[in-house]
Design a binder for this molecule. Sequence first.
Ligand SMILES: [Fe+2]
Ligand SMILES: [Fe+2]
Length: 164
Amino acid sequence: MDTNLDPIMSLRSDHEIVRGVLNNLSGYLKKIGGDSSDNLRKNLINQLNEITAFIDKDLEIHFKKEEEALFPVLGNYIGLETGPIHVMLIEHKHSRELSEDFKTSIKDYQTSGNYKAVVSAGNSFASLLSEHIDKEDHILFNMADMHLTATEKESIMEKMRTIK
Ligand SMILES: [Fe+2]
Ligand SMILES: [Fe+2]
């Protein structure tokens, strides 16, 4: 099955895109925290808006695909209230909180000039999210491939297509 037909392949390929964005983010954060001029720093922080737009739109759609399409069906096999899905849901919540903190730090920077807060909030968000997608790729999605039937995968994919 290809990415357009297999929901797990499609979610894995989202993760590749997320990894690319997180790589860019950590590059920006390194430069912002490093020995930059105020002017360069300001420019770099302004460019973070592209990344926060990705977080608000694309990452949110990805989370919803997992929460509304994959987890309810996979939950029939491995449970929702405890175990890996429960942990993933807690991490989605945590990621949403950390991205809010990150956006707040960017906004505050405009008046306070506190770039260290931007770097620290950005790094907290990036490390949580990067560990999260590693766990899904290496543990949760393998469980999904083990349990889900072809028919279930089809209906998950159909549901995922409605989430925009
Ligand atoms: Fe997730
Ligand atoms: Fe994911």
